[in-house]
Design a binder for this molecule. Structure first.
Ligand SMILES: C[S@@+](CC[C@H](N)C(=O)[O-])C[C@H]1O[C@@H](n2cnc3c(N)ncnc32)[C@H](O)[C@@H]1O
Length: 320
């Protein structure tokens, strides 16, 4: 059952413009990765999940399928499942199929139309479940349905999307999430692990160029929505493993010396200059547990695959 009262605190054009102008005005240029996800960006992300090189999705899906019974026991009966960055709401089905009488599903995503469509599909497939999509930037805060009880709340944050925050920002975000959900709430979170450079870089720079299209789509979105003049053929996708920071960085590299405008504001790019568009931090298991503990989340369990590619953590928020 789809709840009609879609809560919407989504991104405004003014916020998008302000963030783009601020990011491009910095000496080390950046664009926030959350703006990848317009309708085309969301579809391209789903295509990335199908790629041979992109091991995180299939590895996390296998872990969730294998441990769904344990996750259901961890969540307990009558849980309200709050999914952060729910995308196409595919992985959560593995949990919903095993939870004991789940009370509600609250998908939270910034990609408004994609969220509404995915939530409607899920509601049709789970007729007894109250589905309440929340269109919001989860880092800016969002409302939970009235009557949500901390001890029966399971937050679900798959996809290693937490890696898009720096470790400091992750700590702040997780602490804020815990305070929002309340003491006793539970979190199941997918976290990508550190591994060989070649495996990591291939995952973010596939042979078919889908990730390149996903990265370049950000410039196409700026052209379309913010009256930009980026020449997409004059920028190239780059993905590099930055060992010292323990993160993959996605950049757009200017191939020539050029000027692009956004809403009439000119930005000059030297040949070889890059815009950082996404970071994806990778963690050891103990490193992530320590970060989560600093944010008030006690580790209850962690599951990983035989090849040590990915981890799924189960945590409880403790009032401190
Ligand atoms: C890497 S994808 C993961 C999708 C899905 N959870 C999965 O595991 O396959 C990130 C998702 O988070 C959403 N997202 C990214 N930043 C967000 C933000 N700040 N607030 C809300 N949603 C966000 C995107 O729209 C996208 O659906």
């Amino acid at each position: 059952m789809m709840d009609g009262s879609l809560s919407r605190a989504a991104v405004t054009d003014a916020r998008f413009l302000a963030d783009v102008l601020a990011g491009l005005s910095r000496p080390d240029r950046t664009l926030p990765s959350k703006y990848f996800y317009d309708a085309r960006g969301s579809a391209l992300f789903d295509a990335i999940c199908e790629l041979e090189e992109y091991y995180p999705t299939r590895t996390e899906m296998a872990l969730l399928a294998r441990h769904a019974g344990e996750i259901a026991a961890f969540a307990g009966p009558d849980a309200t499942v709050v999914e952060l960055g729910s995308g196409s709401s595919v992985k959560v089905r593995l949990l919903l199929d095993r939870l004991t009488t789940p009370a509600a599903y609250v998908p939270v995503d910034i990609s408004h139309d994609h969220l509404v469509q995915s939530a409607a599909r899920l509601a049709a497939d789970y007729p007894g479940l109250a589905v309440t999509p929340v269109s919001a930037d989860y880092a800016a805060g969002f409302d939970l349905p009235v009557g949500t009880v901390p001890e029966r709340t399971l937050a679900f944050f798959p996809g290693s999307t937490i890696g898009n925050f720096t470790p400091d920002d992750s700590r702040t975000f997780l602490a804020g999430l815990g305070r929002r959900l309340g003491a006793g709430s539970r979190l199941v979170i997918g976290v990508d692990r550190k591994k060989r450079r070649d495996v990591l870089e291939a995952a973010y720079d596939d042979a078919r160029g889908v990730t390149a299209a996903f990265n370049l789509n950000l410039l196409a979105r700026i052209n379309r929505e913010l009256d930009g003049t980026f020449n997409l053929g004059a920028f190239a996708h780059r993905a590099v493993w930055a060992e010292a920071q323990g993160r993959i960085e996605m950049h757009l590299e200017s191939l020539v010396s050029q000027t692009a405008t956004v809403a009439g504001r000119p930005f000059r790019f030297a040949a070889g200059e890059t815009i950082l568009t996404e970071i994806s931090c990778k963690y050891t298991i103990s490193g992530f547990q320590a970060l989560a503990a600093d944010a008030g989340w006690r580790s209850c369990c962690v599951w990983t695959d035989e090849r040590g590619l990915f981890s799924v953590h189960a945590l409880v928020f403790e009032d401190r």
